[in-house]
Design a binder for this molecule. Structure first.
Ligand SMILES: [Fe+2]
Length: 164
């Protein structure tokens, strides 16, 4: 008979992380829509692709929960903010979100190290993904520093964003 290989705590934490990935998916949809609405047409495509990646991340976690003999439980997701003035605001928001997610995976990883090595190994994949995202958006944040909020300079920043 198939067993449930996850403890209640690990299962609950994985549900939180699945919700966080879906929240990131939803946030990037809101960001993409803001970009399109404000004439940042390449950033629209870029953030829609980011949104698809986040959906995939949630699916990888859900598949893991299923493989471990459990059913992933889904949660309500709050409507994301689209209160941006410039593409720089968007990039800072993306960076902050990726850092927060990275910290969640990191904290979870520390908890898991001694009690659930299977899940610990799975979470390492996500730490790698987060490290790359934090590095990427951190670089764009650096490029954004000192740029004015004029449309011309923000369109230049968009070019740097989509080129990477
Ligand atoms: Fe993700």
């Amino acid at each position: 008979m198939k067993q449930n290989l996850l403890s209640k705590e690990v299962e609950s934490k994985l549900s939180d992380l699945i919700a966080e990935e879906l929240k990131a998916m939803y946030t990037y949809v809101a960001i993409a829509n803001w970009c399109q609405d404000n004439g940042f047409l390449q950033a629209y495509d870029f953030f829609l692709a980011e949104s698809k990646d986040e959906k995939e991340h949630s699916e990888v976690l859900q598949k893991y929960v299923l493989d471990m003999g459990c059913t992933p439980s889904l949660k309500d997701i709050k409507v994301p903010s689209s209160d941006f003035k410039t593409i720089k605001d968007v990039i800072y928001a993306a960076y902050d979100m990726e850092v927060a997610l990275g910290e969640m995976y990191s904290d979870f990883s520390i908890e898991l190290a001694k009690k659930d090595v299977l899940t610990f190994a799975k979470i390492q994949e996500f730490l790698k993904i987060q490290t790359e995202s934090i590095g990427f958006f951190g670089d764009i944040c650096s490029a954004a520093e000192g740029l004015a909020d004029t449309k011309f300079e923000q369109l230049y920043l968009e070019k740097i964003l989509v080129k990477n």
